[in-house]
Ligand binder design. Structure first.
Ligand SMILES: CC(C)(COP(=O)(O)OP(=O)(O)OC[C@H]1O[C@@H](n2cnc3c(N)ncnc32)[C@H](O)[C@@H]1OP(=O)(O)O)[C@@H](O)C(=O)NCCC(=O)NCCS
Length: 155
């Protein structure tokens, strides 16, 4: 399957928000939230775009000082297990390497595919937030990926 990773733009928001509702029906980000992310210079929203221009997946990283947070990642159900999330996450960890000291995220304790994805990319579980999610109520696992070289005085 052929796709490319590109920056998300305002033109993609309606497709992204529609896919978000499919992937997170209980608590989807709104189109407004994605638009706000696009306007925030501390946020890096990426898109996986198929050959026909369609949105296959997306990921959103936000940065505060030298810490990054993976705020969202999702792939269309009909193209899962084709390396789309791998490519999105590789792009974001590549961005973080050399710029950030750590990348953090929260994931539902039952979300085995996502946890496997994060572990594959070097994230490790470092904590648990009790009853963090609603609908259904569930714990969050906190995971971090620490970069050996964060921001140095010379940068
Ligand atoms: C999690 C998700 C983003 C993975 O997307 P994907 O494009 O199918 O993932 P990839 O094909 O790139 O797989 C990369 C790795 O993730 C893991 N993985 C993905 N899906 C998996 C599954 N169903 N079972 C086990 N491991 C899985 C594997 O480690 C895989 O590597 P491998 O192919 O070498 O085994 C996708 O399932 C999704 O959108 N889920 C709903 C939204 C969501 O839960 N997002 C995360 C919120 S914290």
């Amino acid at each position: 399957m052929s796709f490319r990773i590109i920056p998300m733009t305002a033109d993609h928001v309606s497709q992204v928000a529609a896919l978000e509702q499919v992937c997170f029906p209980a608590d989807p980000w709104s189109g407004e939230l994605f638009r706000a992310a696009l306007e925030n210079p501390r946020v890096c929203p990426l898109l996986a775009q198929g050959e026909d221009g369609g949105v296959l997946g997306y990921a959103v990283l936000s940065v505060v000082l030298d810490e990054g947070s993976l705020d969202n990642i999702a792939v269309s159900p009909d193209v899962r297990r084709n390396g789309v999330a791998d490519a999105l996450l590789s792009a974001l960890t590549g961005f973080g390497r050399g710029r950030l000291s750590v990348l953090m995220l929260e994931v539902r304790a039952s979300n085995a595919p996502a946890i496997a994805l994060y572990e594959k990319h070097g994230f490790a579980a470092v904590g648990r937030r009790k009853n963090y999610y609603d609908a259904p109520k569930e714990d969050a696992i906190l995971m971090t990926l620490e970069f050996k070289h964060g921001i140095t005085a010379a940068e």
